[in-house]
Design a protein around this ligand. Structure first.
Ligand code: NAD
Length: 252
């Protein structure tokens, strides 16, 4: 039996990168998947790829900072598949690399709107459907940047990911009685479009090459495998926890 047989999942930011890999993996594991993103062409391609594999996915346009978009995405899961069991709050943006003094209010708001408010709105929209399904799993994608500060870190990004870490624990505690679990995932340096510019800066690339104990950068599969564990019933006694997937970077 596949690990997500009979389950319905909603993944934000599922058109590319980690979210797309999770959508494909979840479908292979038997889930029906609603993919939400701003990137309509890419999202529809992932929907088609899942159909080619014999799975079932529906792409919806979703701006995670919009309450109306979240309500429509959850409704799509209910209308097409009759239930919702899993929410992966994966959508995120990094923003320009600035220090605190040159971070503008607009930049702060833009990052917090997607990375923090987006997780809050998604969680709020999904909880009634998860409760109606008898419980479920919410997986929030934070970052190692939500665990520790960094000289080269982007302050608004760090603050947003720290907010995700604690919102996860509030959700876990307030909704344990609904049998809704909620955990955060903390990726380290993963090769995706988001990190392309960072990894092109020689000093940054050198830093990661020299400081990851397992001696390599992370892949989207490294993260998707952890998200699958937290989404599935394999983690039925895990809630309010933090899964760090970083090759040992923040353990030292
Ligand atoms: P990515 O840029 O490839 O994917 C992010 C996705 O989110 C894109 O498809 C994008 O269109 C979507 N998105 C952005 N704003 C959105 C919005 N307002 N509404 C809906 N969708 C939106 O990057 P990724 O590495 O796959 O990132 C996935 C998650 O992992 C993010 O939350 C990111 O912060 C987090 N993360 C990434 C790394 C890394 O090294 N790549 C490390 C730690 C955490």
């Amino acid at each position: 039996m596949a690990r997500l047989d009979g389950k319905v999942a909603l993944i934000s930011g599922g058109a590319r990168g980690q979210g797309a890999t999770e959508a494909l993996l979840f479908a292979r594991e038997g889930a029906k998947v609603v993919i939400g993103d701003l990137l309509d062409d890419e999202g529809q391609q992932i929907e088609a790829q899942i159909a080619e594999l014999g799975g079932d996915a529906s792409y919806v346009h979703l701006d995670v900072s919009s309450t109306a978009d979240w309500d429509a995405a959850v409704q799509t899961a209910l209308d097409r598949y009759g239930r919702l069991d899993i929410l992966v709050n994966n959508a995120g943006i990094l923003g320009r690399r600035t220090g605190i003094e040159d971070t503008t209010l607009e930049q702060w708001d833009a990052i917090l709107d997607v990375n923090a408010k987006g997780v809050f709105l998604g969680t709020k929209a999904a909880i009634p459907a998860l409760r109606d399904a008898g419980g479920g799993s919410i997986v929030n994608i934070s970052s190692v940047a939500g665990l520790i500060g960094s000289k080269n870190g982007i302050p608004a990004y760090q603050a947003s990911k720290g907010a995700v870490r604690l919102l996860t624990k509030s959700t876990a505690i307030q909704h344990a009685s609904d049998n809704i679990r909620c955990n955060s995932v903390h990726p380290g340096m993963i090769i995706t479009e988001m990190t392309r510019e960072t990894l092109a800066i020689p000093e940054m690339r050198d830093f990661y090459d020299q400081n990851i104990p397992l001696g390599r950068l992370g892949t989207v599969d490294d993260i998707a495998n952890g998200v699958l564990f937290l989404a599935s019933d394999d983690s039925s006694f895990v809630t309010g926890s933090e899964l760090v997937i970083d090759g040992g970077l923040v353990a030292q």
